[in-house]
Design a protein around this ligand. Structure first.
Ligand code: ZN
Ligand code: ZN
Length: 372
């Protein structure tokens, strides 16, 4: 009896601690919702709104960032439910699978030493090594985020999961955590692999001198990004950095354009911090003159109910299954399939009339597809 109770408690304990885990984000400098970053975002939003309307900026701040109507909107409640459920899923299923960045780094060092012998002595000083390592790690991390985010839009099966982030109808800083557990796993693995590879290369060449410039235990560039309003990326507050700065660093307004439901904004601004990748990839979209975008997905494009947890978790799997079934029937190559309503029109134009009508019927969203 006691052993059965112990077994039950050992199962419940990680679930309860995982459910409580998101509340610790407020006190964790490595999380974007660390309370000083949130406070800084409120101040920046207030200043931005006051430059447009000196008399009523406080009303704008309340309506666009602080109002309970936003935070208790059914879409925002799903943000929170997903945040908690992902924490539980990650604790129970993913945690044992995920290799550590340190393990990958050691693997890179061992492989490099076996292949190339010991690294040559360096003439760089400790300060230069730290500076180069900090910049390279930040840039590689930022690029990998851009690349994976773009894949999430352009690979049809990944888009089914990434839709969960884009179905948000109102945005609060917690919308950052509105993602499907499958997408979450991919981004966690991305972080582990990129940090491991970059650190391994630097460990091989510079040994333990390869350390980051950190403040509060966080990469200094990441910390600056969070302090200067990163939380406003997921909000109703329109904060543009101006044409010149936005060509270097993406503004919160540019991420809001990425969330826009207007087809003319589709496929734009995949980046997190640096605008360079979007400019190189042809997906850069300036914020000027775009204010007033609406968020969310049209009902015929969404594979889930934007307010329901069960639907958001299961809908993407059902959509993937339907997508795979359709493809097997049509025998079309995977890479020619569309990722969005806009892409679908282009895709259908490439099919013969009979194939097109069959595809339209099969891709029509069913009642079940939206049920939780
Ligand atoms: Zn996206
Ligand atoms: Zn977003």
């Amino acid at each position: 009896m006691t052993s059965a109770l112990d077994a039950l408690l050992s199962l419940i304990e990680p679930v309860v601690s995982a459910l409580l885990n998101p509340s610790t984000f407020l006190y964790d400098p490595s999380k974007r919702v660390f309370w000083p970053y949130l406070l800084a975002s409120v101040v920046i939003a207030g200043v931005a709104l006051a430059t447009h309307d000196r008399k009523h900026w406080w009303r704008g701040l309340y309506e666009k960032l602080l109002s309970p109507k936003l935070w208790l909107h059914p879409s925002s409640l799903l943000d929170m439910k997903l945040m908690a459920s992902k924490s539980v899923i990650r604790a129970l299923l993913f945690a044992p699978w995920i290799a550590s960045a340190y393990g990958i780094a050691l693997g890179v060092v061992r492989l490099s030493t076996t292949q190339f012998g010991p690294a040559h002595e360096t003439e760089l000083g400790a300060t230069e090594i730290t500076l180069i390592y900090t910049v390279v790690l930040f840039v590689c991390s930022d690029f990998s985020r851009y690349a994976l985010h773009r894949l999430c839009h352009e690979v049809p099966f990944l888009w089914q999961f990434h839709q969960v982030h884009h179905s948000a109808e109102v945005m609060t800083p917690l919308t950052l955590y509105r993602s499907h557990p499958v997408e979450n796993l991919l981004f966690v693995l991305r972080g582990v692999v990129v940090t491991g590879l970059v650190t391994g290369v630097f460990f091989y060449h510079f040994g333990t001198q390869a350390v980051q410039y950190q403040l509060l235990g966080v990469n200094v560039f990441g910390l600056l990004f969070n302090i200067f309003g990163a939380n406003l990326r997921h909000s109703q507050v329109w904060l543009s950095f101006g044409a010149t700065v936005e060509r270097v660093i993406l503004s919160p307004a540019q991420h809001q354009i990425h969330h826009s439901d207007d087809p003319k904004h589709f496929g734009s601004n995949y980046g997190s911090c640096l605008a360079l990748w979007d400019r190189m990839g042809g997906s850069f979209h300036a914020a000027q003159g775009q204010e007033g975008v609406r968020f969310g997905l049209s009902q015929d494009e969404s594979n889930h109910d934007p307010h329901r947890l069960g639907s958001a978790l299961v809908g993407p799997f059902k959509a993937c299954w339907e997508l795979a079934s359709t493809r097997l029937r049509l025998k079309k190559p995977v890479e020619s399939q569309p990722t969005s309503k806009h892409a679908e029109v282009v895709y259908l134009e490439t099919l013969t009339g009979a194939q097109a009508s069959q595809t339209m019927i099969e891709r029509e969203p069913s009642e079940e597809q939206h049920a939780s």
